[in-house]
Design a protein around this ligand. Structure first.
Ligand code: NDP
Length: 279
């Protein structure tokens, strides 16, 4: 029976550690403040922003909320970011993505000062990760590393296969596994013999965005399987990119969906807010 990696419990453990850490910071007169910008009325984005605010409250991070109408112009959004960049009371700035049509996400990400970019999406932070310098790391892949480490799973020297090469998951995931001394292969839609490549993996991280695509034929016996995917099925339940029931009997450890990678993303956002990168 595979070990189920409990992202809910691990994320709570991290949030409790951060809460303690922030109590110490506050005892010395410090504080942390996150500015959250939401443009438009997307219901899923509203839920995500609500969850982030709740997590801030739990840890003791002050959160400032900017809810702008969908017809906000690029100039207005950039002006707000500029104001928050210059505000010494604000430690982190988060713009909830996706933005409504007509707004330029690329430009918005670049407008956030890298030292306040707690999502870790700015090219300066992405570059810092690649060259091994301090910087904010994208929260979901950073959460995967914590899941592995806190479950006692060694990464160094392991064959790590990442399925997916998006800027927010696949690419930073590969960079982080490499930083942890894994031997890393990155797969994508043009990869040939995907199942065969995946079967090389001691640690398989799947961020492909296709419900239950990865079945037992992709798994080496005893592998660790991390499922980043999250999809709502017709019956209202959630599933991942991995066919959990088919894969679980073949691996040594696996993350469920929900309750695996999902809760870690917010925990790592909170970590980025508490542990500022100032240089
Ligand atoms: P994207 O759609 O941006 O990227 C998907 C990647 O998978 C692409 O690199 C694509 O390749 C590759 N791919 C697509 N189809 C195939 C295929 N048949 N074979 C091999 N590779 C393929 O997704 P994201 O990275 O943003 O997200 C991935 C999943 O993770 C989604 O389910 C998303 O909902 C979830 N997610 C979960 C988070 C969480 O907090 N738990 C946070 C972020 C995402 P190519 O580049 O060639 O097109």
């Amino acid at each position: 029976m595979a070990e189920r990696i409990d992202g809910k419990a691990i994320s709570l453990q991290i949030k409790d550690e951060l809460k303690k850490q922030l109590e110490e910071i506050r005892a010395q007169g410090g504080k942390r403040c996150l500015a959250v910008i939401l443009v438009g009325e997307d219901p899923a984005s509203k839920v995500y922003v609500g969850n982030k605010k709740k997590a801030c409250e739990y840890i003791g991070i002050e959160s400032r909320s900017y809810e702008l109408p969908a017809e906000t112009s690029q100039e207005e959004l950039l002006a707000l970011i500029d104001k928050l960049n210059k505000d010494s009371e604000v430690d982190g700035i988060l713009v909830q993505l996706p933005l409504p049509a007509g707004l330029d996400e690329r430009q918005v990400i670049r407008a956030i000062a890298p030292e306040k970019d707690v999502d870790g999406f700015h090219p300066v932070n992405v570059g810092s990760l690649l060259i091994g310098e301090p910087g904010y790391v994208s929260c979901t892949p950073a959460g995967v590393i914590q899941l592995l480490k806190r479950s006692g799973i060694e990464i160094a020297g392991k064959e790590c296969v990442v399925v997916g090469r998006s800027n927010i998951v696949g690419k930073p995931m590969a960079a982080l596994l490499l930083r942890e001394n894994g031997t890393v292969t990155v797969c994508h839609s043009r990869t040939k013999n995907l199942a065969e490549v995946c079967r090389r993996a001691d640690i398989l991280v799947v961020a492909v965005g296709k419900p239950r695509m990865i079945d037992a034929s992709y798994i080496k016996e005893g592998a660790v399987v991390i499922d980043v995917g999250i999809h709502r099925m017709e019956n209202g339940k959630l599933c991942g990119d991995v066919d959990f029931d088919a894969v679980e009997p073949h691996c040594s450890a696996i993350t469920p969906v929900p309750g695996g990678v999902g809760p870690m993303t917010i925990a790592m956002l909170m970590n980025n807010c508490v542990n500022r990168v100032t240089e």
